[in-house]
Design a protein around this ligand. Structure first.
Ligand code: NDP
Length: 445
């Protein structure tokens, strides 16, 4: 890195102790060097210095009362990273690991991902260190209401439209939406991932997992391959993992493993998805309960072992940095041909480099998992029109968007001399639109 080296050094100096944010910025800036070379006017206008600094960062106290009557305190966040191409948009993560570094890495990635969808949405992320696991519905509701009481001051259908993420599913979005509606006294599409009876979009629940498979399918087909007959390992067993498993299976693959933060299951005959849906979506249980449905499957404690399972295609759909360089090398040694990132930043930089060096078809998160936010933007469009499209209409639009993202990312990689490298291609294709818009808006933005 030459031109952008000082930008990265500044980020590291100004944001100490934020390793995930440093990692995300490093990965993007390394790809953007050729863009900086091609656009000295953007360098002159400080576009790259500004693009790594959030427009606004909000942190707030969230206090709520648990079932025993005890007052509990959590911390809430919203990082409104960039609004150059549209209102801020990005999910809300509820997980004990949430901190500013994780919020900023996710918000930063979201800017480029949202631009890649071709839809008019800026980038943001929010969340809290609240852990919904093990809490009663009443406790989750009181937390969500308290969280939204503060967040409501900073969002709006034309300002910032949050969505779900880890720990934030339909139940949490419902409680947050109810509280926003009460406070604002208006019925607007201020959140996406809403229930179908009250403004949600068909196919939003499925969108990230389906979109991941549409993206990888386009990629595989471009290389003369398909999902048909392939053995697939999917990590996680949440929203993204479940619907990635569903679509990969529909496309002819056999998914043999899934996990949660305690361990993983291996079912060589192919995952029984109805059982997983019942465990995870109905009972809110643990993945090891799968053995009660399929006694011939195995369960292993710990997460990283899942990458030792031999497979043709790996779809990491749990969380950041779940594939380190050792797991990447094991996957490669076992003959993996494609890796599609459903989670955000699931591979470390060294792991990505190992995949690229080995010629693996690598679909980076900001391109491969953009189907969720793209469909959220379609939910916003439907809310604005006070109209809803059929499942098939939304699904067809999602498929078209994912195929376009693949085409645009691979074209950008080729145009800038990195043919076949979708990490570079996605970063460049996502950046150009945002940079052009920031440039047009002037410096005092
Ligand atoms: P869910 O909360 O529905 O599921 C997350 C899954 O990952 C669970 O199985 C969870 O296990 C596991 N997991 C979470 N944290 C860890 C950890 N530290 N170690 C191991 N496993 C873990 O979340 P989603 O499926 O919505 O999100 C998964 C990933 O996809 C995230 O990176 C998210 O940012 C990304 N993503 C999600 C989108 C969406 O539309 N939902 C859109 C784009 C990206 P456990 O139950 O034990 O915690």
């Amino acid at each position: 890195m030459e031109i952008l080296k000082s930008v990265l050094e500044d980020v590291i100096k100004r944001n100490p102790n934020e390793p995930e944010f440093h990692q995300a910025v490093t990965e993007v800036l390394e790809s953007l060097e050729p863009v900086a070379k091609a656009h000295p006017e953007w360098v002159e206008a400080g576009i790259f210095d500004r693009i790594v600094e959030p427009e606004r960062q909000i942190v707030f106290r969230v206090s709520w009362v648990d079932d025993a009557g005890k007052v509990r305190v959590n911390r809430g966040y919203r990082v409104q990273f960039n609004s150059a191409i549209g209102p801020y948009k990005g999910g809300i993560r509820l997980h004990p690991s949430v901190n500013f570094s994780i919020m900023k890495f996710l918000g930063f990635e979201q800017v480029f991902k949202n631009a890649l969808t071709g839809l008019p949405i800026g980038g943001a992320k929010g969340g809290s260190d609240f852990d919904p696991k093990g809490k009663s519905d009443g406790e989750v509701m009181r937390f969500c209401q308290s969280f939204m009481t503060e967040l409501a001051k900073h969002i709006g259908p034309d300002t910032d439209v949050p969505a779900g993420d880890i720990g934030t599913g339909a139940r949490e979005i419902g409680y947050m939406f109810g509280q926003y509606k009460r406070l604002a006294n208006e019925y607007t599409g201020v959140l996406t991932g809403k229930g179908l009876d009250w403004g949600g979009s068909l196919a939003r629940t499925e969108a990230t997992g389906y979109g991941l498979c549409y993206f990888m399918d386009a990629y595989l087909k471009d290389k003369g391959e398909t999902f048909q007959g392939k053995t697939v390992v999917v990590s996680g067993s949440g929203n993204v993992a479940i619907f990635a498993t569903e679509k990969a299976t529909e496309l002819g693959a056999k998914v043999v493993a899934l996990s949660d933060s305690n361990g993983y299951i291996y079912d060589p005959e192919g995952i029984d998805l109805a059982a997983v849906k019942e465990i995870k979506l109905v009972k809110r249980g643990r993945i090891k309960e799968y053995l009660e449905y399929r006694p011939n499957a195995t369960y292993t404690e710990g997460c990283s072992g899942i990458w030792k399972i031999k497979c043709d295609i790996a779809l990491p759909c749990a969380t950041q940095n779940e594939i380190d360089v050792n797991s990447a090398k094991t996957l490669i040694a076992n003959g993996v041909m494609a890796v599609g990132e459903g989670a955000n930043m699931p591979s470390t930089i060294d792991a990505i480099n190992a995949f690229l060096d080995a010629g693996i078809l690598f679909g980076p998160a900001k391109a491969a998992n953009a189907g969720g936010v793209a469909t959220s933007a379609l939910e916003m469009s439907q809310n604005s029109m006070r109209y809803s499209w059929s499942f098939e209409e939304v699904d067809a639009k999602l498929k078209g968007i994912m195929e376009n993202i693949y085409k645009n990312a691979s074209k950008a990689a080729k145009d800038y001399g990195h043919e076949g490298n979708l990490v570079v291609g996605a970063n460049i294709a996502g950046c150009e639109k945002v940079a052009r818009s920031m440039y047009a808006h002037g410096v005092a933005y």
